[in-house]
Design a protein around this ligand. Sequence first.
Ligand code: BT5
Length: 322
Amino acid sequence: MKKDVLETLKYNKGSFISGEELSNRLGVTRTAIWKHINQLKEEGYEIESVSRKGYRLMGEPDLLNQHALQLELKTKTIGRRIVHYDTIDSTNTVAKKIAAEGAEEGAVVIAEEQTGGRGRLGRQWVSPKGAGIWMSLVLRPSIEPAEAAKITQIAAAAVTLAIRRVTGCEAGIKWPNDIILHKKKVCGILTEMGAELNSVSYIVVGIGINANVDVALFPEEVKRIATSIKDCVGNNISRKEIVLHILKEFEDLYLDFIYTKSIKKSVEICKAYSVTLGNTVKIINRDQTIIAEAVDLTEEGELIIRNQEGQMEKIISGEVSV
Ligand code: BT5
């Protein structure tokens, strides 16, 4: 019921709705409405109450804990359980630990700050307190280890859609795991797994987003390549809105993958918003560097390139710079 009260207030954000109208619409007494409003206020929602006018939602807290997200989450499984930390070394490390101990599919670990945030190949992920979105999803698809990279493409598509829908910023995807705003990195994705030889036992997909982060405070070498959503929008954005949208978009695309066994839908989104395709790219894979033209993505989310001899090649993973 509190969820419905909040939803109605949000729908009318900035304008008054009377206690009577709320109670008629939701089919409960005005006293019940008043109780829910008070609870919401205690949770940090700024709600103005004026006699004869009613209630007006003025501001929402930007909390990423289980309670705050649960109130507005529209998913079936993803994010139904949220483990929230103030400070943790890495949400991926925690997610892998709880997954190995049996955590259910859809569990999400979120931290306000990471002291040992990780990128690929042991690189560091800068994760300052309170301003970013540092989260990891636990998944249990029945797939082969070689398919794990598909989850990165699903996550890239979900994050890009969420940023675009919530902020209007034209987020793009640099294959395979970077989300870009104005040519700079706003988000990185790290997919890890626990697996037997032929079957995956769990996948953890870590998503790091510079939401309201002050990039000027980053170390010099990261500052040059990074940006934040705040810098694109011009003011702080609601991390909660972004998280809610990511979880919903991710669930839709992930379930589509589970049912159809194909990530075609995600790949279409990755292609539509790709900043890689059509460009000359440098691909670094272990000790090999190739300069080539990025031509297309396969239905499985691999990159097709045309090398300098004019031959087409399929790249499964690697470091790409445009
Ligand atoms: C990635 O690796 O981009 C994956 C990052 C995944 C981070 C999330 S946060 C939640 C979860 N928990 C974790 O511990 N990790 C995941 P890669 O493609 O290897 O890029 C790493 C490089 O990005 C670094 O070497 C830096 O150059 C740069 N970098 C570091 N922090 C950054 C930041 N906050 N914003 C933009 N770029 C950053």
